[in-house]
Design a protein around this ligand. Structure first.
Ligand code: F6R
Length: 235
């Protein structure tokens, strides 16, 4: 894996947007695996800016997001579907039917996971997988565990993740959902390339995940075995 160090979040986002844009220019019908969270917001803004000046065309791009909160409907303001529409999809010419996230508000989460897994398989997997990293080393919502979960699965969110994500839930009655549907390591490791962004504040977990042992207790460490993974990390 390649680890590229940059000075700040701005440089990280610029580099990430250039890498994603070049992958779309190279393959206009690229299949992108996308992430939410605060880390990629600026990258998405830069991609929108490239689209607005005519430098990028999303008309054939297909996207599969990593995860969605269990129990949240797509129009819930804290759902990841809402996030993606708000930060990227609504501002480009991507066809909404080409954008995919697991559905959080179905009655059968396991079935939804199996269907989502099949959808990704049906298109032949992900070309470029964008990832963030949790302070506990999670990717997607694959939390520290005794095994690496391979398939799309339902995860109970750890105390660390619930506490990290509290900041997004501001309404009086809003509680952070305690579980989420997430793509597993099978699809992530099968992606043709992976781009993981680790902004300011993630220095400690970057050290543990990419310079230490590969262990499911630090899920991102699995990426040490990916054949084409780039980490852009703020020094
Ligand atoms: C979200 C996701 C998560 C985040 C991680 C970091 O789709 O996959 O793994 O990437 O929790 O979140 P931020 O960027 O908010 O620090």
């Amino acid at each position: 894996m390649n680890i590229v160090y940059v000075k700040n979040n701005e440089q990280m986002s610029l580099m990430a947007a250039d890498i994603i844009a070049s992958s779309i220019l190279h393959k206009p019908d690229a299949i992108l695996g996308l992430a939410t969270g605060s880390t990629p917001i600026e990258t998405y803004a830069l991609l929108v800016a490239k689209y607005k000046v005519g430098a990028l065309d999303f008309s054939q791009v297909r996207t599969f997001n990593l995860d969605e909160y269990a129990g949240l409907a797509p129009d819930h303001e804290q759902s990841y579907r809402y996030f993606m529409n708000h930060h990227l999809f609504n501002h480009t010419n991507i066809a909404m039917e080409n954008t995919h996230l697991p559905l959080g508000n179905t009655s059968d989460h396991e079935k939804q996971c199996a269907e989502y897994e099949k959808k990704i398989e049906a298109v032949g997997g992900i070309d470029l997988q964008l990832l963030g990293i949790g302070s506990n080393g999670h990717v997607g919502f694959n939390e520290p565990a005794d095994v690496f979960y391979m398939k799309t699965n339902v995860q109970n969110l750890s105390a660390a993740t619930l506490s990290d994500n509290k900041r997004f839930f501001k309404g009086e009655n809003e509680v952070v959902p305690s579980s989420a549907l997430t793509t597993g390591f099978g699809q992530i490791m099968a992606a043709k390339s992976v781009l993981l962004l680790a902004g300011n504040g993630k220095q400690e977990i970057v050290q543990k995940a990419f310079y230490g042992d590969v262990t499911p207790q630090i899920p991102a460490s699995c990426l040490q075995f990916h054949h084409n993974c780039t980490v852009i990390a703020v020094r």
